[in-house]
Design a protein around this ligand. Structure first.
Ligand SMILES: C[S@@+](CC[C@H](N)C(=O)[O-])C[C@H]1O[C@@H](n2cnc3c(N)ncnc32)[C@H](O)[C@@H]1O
Length: 293
């Protein structure tokens, strides 16, 4: 019988909280979604970890995440390496290799395309408009509800279906046998199709003070400097969990994952070491409750 205290935020370093088997049961979490501090970032707000120390810092946390995750659960890790001295840091790629040695399977990498990315100009690169979302699991067999994230087929389909030729009703075997020649008529009358692995949210809503869900650009984060939009955890929650499942965010910040979980009938556990962010998260969760009651 699980004894987890659900729908609460633990205060403290997530490694200590996760290490305490009395606080979070082994194999009790269905989905972990998190955005940890990126190396060398935000030293003033919540301390930066040097890229050379990042793996050493993260691996014990990942080991504990492995302990609390169900065997058919998923772990979504949102992270992006920064450029330093004219080239990208490599700690994220090294981390993934180390996580594989720890027993994680690297199933997929989703790209979160950030329409509101920080503007700027650099001599050797362009504006950075995407972040990584790694999908890691404990087994190659895991829960996934693909129908839940289907998207409208789009206007192109109406035009394409109006001008169908005979060829569109058969499967073309291409010369190199690469199975690319689809039978186009299979799409007839389909309203929704599966998405691809680049996540583009029409609008990105971030949670902050007194506004339950407020659209924001990078400049307008008020109480936290690295909030992700509620659409991001929502998408993964729909894809990898069902109602009443338990979602964990060990770096929960202002509680975005908790709000997304509750909005979709899931339970959550959060961990956060900064007291002011816990306060903010609790406020966001309370506003959600007031809003939905
Ligand atoms: C990138 S932010 C996450 C923001 C969050 N996704 C949101 O939407 O508000 C990372 C968070 O991890 C917290 N943090 C950093 N180190 C931590 C640790 N060892 N244990 C728990 N929380 C930590 C920071 O205070 C920060 O709020």
């Amino acid at each position: 019988m699980p004894k987890n205290n659900i729908n609460q935020i633990y205060s403290g370093d997530c490694n200590y909280v996760l290490n305490d088997s009395k606080l979070i049961d082994a194999k009790s979490v269905d989905l972990i979604i998190t955005s940890p501090p990126y190396a060398d970032k935000r030293k003033n707000s919540y301390g930066g970890i040097h890229p050379d120390k990042y793996i050493e810092w993260f691996l014990p946390i990942a080991k504990n995440l492995h302990r609390v995750l169900k065997d058919d659960g998923s772990f979504i890790l949102n992270i992006k390496e920064h450029p330093k001295n004219g080239e990208r840091a490599t700690y994220v790629i090294e981390l993934i290799l180390e996580l594989r040695k720890q027993g994680w399977f690297w199933i997929e990498e989703y790209c979160w395309y950030k329409k509101n990315s920080f503007p700027g100009k650099w001599p050797n690169r362009f504006r950075d408009s995407w972040e990584r979302c790694f999908h890691l699991t404990k087994s190659k067999k895991f829960k996934m509800y693909q129908d839940e994230v289907k998207v409208p087929i789009g206007e192109w389909a109406q035009k394409r279906f109006k001008s169908m030729s005979e060829k569109d009703f058969i499967r073309n075997i291409s010369k190199n046998n690469d199975h690319m020649g689809r039978n186009v008529s299979n799409w007839l009358n389909k309203k929704k199709v599966f998405p691809h692995n680049v996540l583009v949210f029409e609008e990105e809503h971030r949670l902050y003070q007194s506004n339950l869900i407020e659209m924001a650009t990078a400049q307008s984060y008020q109480n936290h400097s690295a909030i992700f939009p509620v659409e991001l955890p929502t998408w993964f929650i729909r894809l990898f969990s069902k109602r009443n499942d338990l979602i964990l965010d060990p770096f929960i910040g202002t509680g975005t994952t908790a709000v997304a979980a509750l909005l979709h009938g899931r339970n959550f556990i959060g961990i956060e070491k900064q007291k002011e962010y816990i306060k903010e998260a609790k406020k966001n969760i309370k506003e959600l409750a007031d809003f939905t009651l």
